[in-house]
Structure formats: structure tokens, C-alpha cells
Write a protein that binds this ligand. Structure first.
Ligand SMILES: Cc1ncc(COP(=O)(O)O)c(C=O)c1O
Length: 388
């Protein structure tokens, strides 16, 4: 296989061999329908039940508060639309932030456009943090739900979710958090977080793609979006992706068993990237919060450069990274996250996100630190100045 340096763990991760091993029996032997009463079905049901117990243990909740879904996007949709629609007769005002993932933002936009809801999109500070006071100020008598992500996928900023959840609880408002990026890096104990709903996705922590979970606190009013056979306590109909769910749970368990070592490894390499890049490239700035950020996230803007060109140059050296800005046919497209940070265009145009993971080595970091200054210099020279 071609050698590449993968520094895009926020986009997705590979599936750990132990996770694949745990999944295989559910394709080969225990492939029954978990709703069937005979032994083959019961074996599949056992796999599903064990997986649910495992996830509940990591989150510190009851097994029947976990709903398995088809990924992070579905979990976000179910949490937000499910609660908003169920509580529509109580109130039609919702609160979220400007820097949520599109799985959250587009769900709110749909509720606004097609279901007559009013949504407040909160501003963030220059580091991408939401001030709990702005959440408090946005609440109205008809607010039913607040959704604030635990950590941002582009800039890694961690939100004060526990504090937000506390103030919402005092006002009788439900709280959802998108923990898709936080899972495998931060504490997910729902008691400590105080949230009512929490979304996760398997492929962000070395599990399979297309499988997710939603924590729904007992008693939370929520209506299903998928109707059918009544699986997942009626909240998500459809025959369960048993092997995927088993893989999801195994990956989550492994992530939390090895949390300290994984976080320390990701952070050490991340810190080397941050210090090395800021020390060797002029007019470079770290985006996101300096300390309250995911341990594996190194995100930057380089003034006068174009993020997409940087990516293409890195790709020529087999380095996989990501950017929140693209400069296509002279027009600049900057992600909604970078826009919310209110960076001047000359800076926002040149964004780069490097996210470390368990497969990365010091040599990977050395290679990036060796190549990136030259790449940024070349891109700046070739790039017509981006308008401010
Ligand atoms: C914060 C966040 N929320 C939701 C999602 C969507 O997850 P999925 O791709 O599993 O549907 C992602 C994926 O990148 C994400 O980063």
C-alpha cells in the first residue's frame, strides 16, 4: 500500500483490527434478526444488548437510554427534530450556535423553513466559545431545546456544555449536545454533563461508518422520525445493524479504556505540530481556543494563502489534511465556522486542519514540519492576493 501520512482523524478514522474481529461473528455466525425468537435471533439480540450495556457504561446511563442510529447525522436529526416536533404545542423557539456541524444547523433550518419554528443562532467569541450568558439571554418562555456541540469539528474548541445544561435545566429547557468529535477524547458522562440528549458516531473513534448512537435521558419527550417495525423502543424503526453496533460499542470501549494514553499521544504530536508550525511560518495563527480544545486538533490560518492549494500540495506528498476554505475560480468560500470567528478574509482563506490519531508518529510530524513552510511560501507566491 502506498505510504501516506494521515492527519485527518476528525474526518474519519480507520477501523481497528480488534473492532473488525468483534464484528465478524455477527456477519458469519450470529447473523439472525435480533427480533426473531429462535436461537439465531437471540444470539444477535445478545450482541445488541451487550453493545447497549457497553455504551451505557461509558456514558454513565441506563442501557434503555441508548438508541442506535445510522450515524452522527441521524442522531442529531432525531434529537433535534424529535424533541422540537414533540414539544411544538408547548413552544416553537429553539437555540443553537453558529458553529454547529451542518447535521445540526441544517436540521434547525429545516424546522424554521418547513415547520414554523423560530431559531436563535448564537454568536461565538474569537476562539469559537459560546458564552453561557448568551445562552441564558436567548431563552424565551417558548424555548424548548438548546443544542450546543461538545467540541467543534473544524477548530476543536470545547464548549462549556455542563454550565449551559445547568442553566437550561433551571429554566425547564432540554439540552442536546453533538459529541461526535468529543467521543474518544473527552468525558462523556451524561450525569456530569447534565444533558438530555447526546449524539455520537462510530467512525470518529476507530469504529465503523454508518453507525451512531443517541443518548436520550429517560422521560425526554421525543417523537421518532423513522416509522416502521418499532425497533429501538419505537424511536428508530428498522432492523438493527447488529455487526455495526457491536463494532461501535467495541470501539467506544477501547477508546475509553485507553483514553489517557491515546489523548496523551494525540496531544503530544498535536503540540509539536502547533509549536513547529507557528515557529516556522510567519503570518500564521492558531484557530480555536488555545487550551480548551480537542487534544488532537491543530488548526491554523495562514495569511495570504489559499487553504485548498495547501491541501493539494500536501496531497502530492501523501499528507492527508483538511481545510475550511476553498478558493474556486477567484471566489472565496469560507466555512461557516471560520466566518463566525470574524476573521478577515485574507486570513480565513488560508485555513488548514491537522488532526492527529493513534497511527501517527513523530516522523509524520517531522515530515509536515519540514514540508509545510515551503508549501505555504509557494502557495502565497502563486496566489493573487486575497481581498481583505
Ligand atoms: C461535529 C459533527 N457532528 C456530526 C457529524 C456527522 O456525523 P456522520 O458523518 O457520522 O453522520 C460530524 C461528522 O464529521 C461531526 O464532526
Amino acid at each position: 500500500m502506498e505510504r501516506f501520512i494521515y492527519l485527518d482523524h476528525a474526518a474519519t478514522t480507520y477501523v481497528l483490527p480488534e473492532v473488525v474481529e468483534a464484528m465478524l461473528p455477527y456477519y458469519r455466525e450470529h447473523w439472525g434478526n435480533p427480533s426473531s425468537v429462535y436461537a439465531l435471533g437471540r444470539e444477535a439480540r445478545r450482541g445488541l444488548d451487550d453493545a447497549r450495556d457497553t455504551v451505557a457504561e461509558v456514558l454513565g446511563c441506563r442501557a434503555n437510554e441508548i438508541v442506535f442510529t445510522g450515524g452522527g447525522t441521524e442522531s442529531d436529526n432525531l434529537a433535534i427534530s424529535g424533541v422540537a416536533l414533540r414539544l411544538a404545542s408547548r413552544g416553537k423557539h429553539l437555540v443553537t450556535t453558529k458553529i454547529e456541524h451542518h447535521a445540526v444547523l441544517h436540521t434547525f433550518e429545516w424546522l424554521e423553513r418547513h415547520q414554523g419554528f423560530a431559531v436563535t443562532y448564537l454568536d461565538v467569541d474569537e476562539y469559537g466559545r459560546v458564552d453561557p450568558a448568551t445562552v441564558a439571554a436567548a431563552l424565551r418562555p417558548d424555548t424548548t431545546l438548546v443544542s450546543v456541540m461538545l467540541a467543534n469539528n473544524e477548530i476543536g474548541t470545547i464548549q462549556p456544555v455542563a454550565e449551559i445544561a445547568r442553566l437550561c435545566r433551571d429554566r425547564g429547557v432540554l439540552v442536546h449536545t453533538d459529541a461526535v468529535q468529543a467521543a474518544g477524547a473527552l468525558d462523556l458522562d451524561v450525569g456530569r454533563l447534565g444533558v438530555d440528549l447526546l449524539s455520537m458516531s462510530g467512525h470518529k473513534f476507530y469504529g465503523p461508518k454508518g453507525v451512531g448512537a443517541l443518548y436520550v435521558r429517560r422521560g425526554t419527550p421525543i417523537t421518532p422520525l423513522l416509522h416502521g417495525g418499532g425497533q429501538e423502543r419505537g424511536l428508530r424503526s428498522g432492523t438493527e445493524n447488529v455487526a455495526g453496533i457491536v463494532g461501535f460499542a467495541r470501539a467506544l470501549r477501547l477508546a475509553y479504556e485507553a483514553l489517557d494514553t491515546r489523548v496523551a499521544h494525540a496531544r503530544r504530536l498535536r503540540d509539536r505540530l502547533v509549536h513547529g508550525i507557528l515557529g516556522s511560518i510567519d503570518r500564521a495563527r492558531l484557530t480555536g481556543h488555545p487550551t480548551e480544545r480537542l487534544p488532537n486538533n491543530a488548526s491554523f490560518v495562514f495569511e495570504g494563502a489559499d487553504g485548498e492549494s495547501i491541501l493539494l500540495n500536501l496531497d502530492q506528498h501523501g499528507i492527508c489534511a483538511s481545510s475550511g476554505s476553498a478558493c474556486t475560480s477567484g471566489s472565496l468560500e469560507v466555512s461557516h465556522v471560520l466566518r463566525a470567528l470574524r476573521l478577515p478574509n485574507t486570513l480565513a482563506a488560508g485555513s488548514l486542519r491537522l488532526t492527529t490519531g493513534i497511527c501517527n508518529t513523530d516522523e509524520d510530524v517531522d515530515t509536515v514540519l519540514e514540508l509545510l513552510p515551503g508549501i505555504v511560501k509557494r502557495v502565497r507566491e502563486l496566489q493573487p492576493a486575497v481581498a481583505g
